[in-house]
Unconditional design. Structure first.
Length: 111
C-alpha cells in the first residue's frame, strides 16, 4: 500500500498516522530479519550437530572394535564397553532355534 500518495502526513485519527504505520512496518521487518537470522543459525547448528554425531558414532564403533581386538569379543570388557558378547549372541540364537514360538493363529470363520 502506498498511502503516502494520498497524503505524506496522512492522519486518520485514533493513532492511525503514517508515522505509526511506518513504525509498525519497521518493527515487523526487524522481527522478520531477526527470525531469519535465528533460522539460519539453527540450520548451521543442526548441520554441525549431525556432523559431530556421525563422527562420534564412527569413533564409538572404532573404540568398541579396538576393545574387541585387545580383550576379545567374548570378554567382560567388551560387554562393559557396550558390545554384545559372543557367548550371549550364540545363546540367544540357540534358544530361538530350540524353542520355536511360532504358532498357527486360528481365525474364526463364519458358519
Amino acid at each position: 500500500m502506498n498511502l503516502q500518495v494520498i497524503h505524506p502526513n496522512l492522519d486518520l485519527g485514533n493513532g492511525l498516522t503514517m508515522k505509526t504505520y511506518q513504525a509498525a512496518i519497521d518493527t515487523h521487518q526487524a522481527n522478520l530479519d531477526n527470525y531469519n537470522r535465528a533460522i539460519s543459525t539453527i540450520t548451521e547448528l543442526a548441520l554441525s550437530f549431525e556432523e559431530s554425531d556421525k563422527m562420534l558414532r564412527d569413533i564409538n564403533e572404532r573404540m568398541l572394535l579396538g576393545v574387541g581386538a585387545v580383550y576379545g569379543k567374548d570378554s567382560k570388557e567388551y560387554g562393559t564397553a557396550g558390545g554384545k558378547r559372543k557367548s550371549e549372541v550364540v545363546q540367544a540364537r540357540s534358544r530361538a532355534r530350540s524353542n520355536p514360538t511360532a504358532q498357527k493363529s486360528t481365525v474364526p470363520t463364519k458358519a
